[in-house]
Design a protein around this ligand. Structure first.
Ligand SMILES: [Zn+2]
Length: 105
């Protein structure tokens, strides 16, 4: 992070559209939708990979909500659990290892 002169808070927050690259896809009925009409099932995974590269291989629910700009804790928990990655801790202290995330689409 220091190398780029960035701090966590200066990064754009939200899910990026794989088609037009705009940040801020909205999640509706289990899918991500963009203003350009693109939709994606797993656009958040790209964001998590960025997080792993730029910030940390381990991410908590709160960090993921902040970074992906997701308001709902349960949705975030669902998305993180779907990753099927190693976890540590329980409840609010749970962290997910996203260092080896592979993009499937
Ligand atoms: Zn788009």
């Amino acid at each position: 992070m220091d190398r780029f002169g960035l701090t966590k808070n200066q990064l754009l927050k939200g899910v990026q559209c794989p088609k037009c690259n705009r940040i801020g896809m909205e999640r509706v009925h289990g899918r991500w939708f963009c203003q350009c009409k693109a939709e994606s099932k797993d656009a958040h995974i790209n964001g998590l990979r960025d997080y792993a590269l730029l910030i940390n291989n381990w991410i908590s629910n709160k960090d993921a909500r902040d970074f992906l700009n997701i308001e709902n804790r349960e949705v975030t928990r669902y998305l993180l659990s779907q990753l099927k990655v190693p976890t540590t801790g329980k409840g609010k202290g749970a962290k997910y290892n996203i260092g080896d995330l592979v993009i499937s689409s």
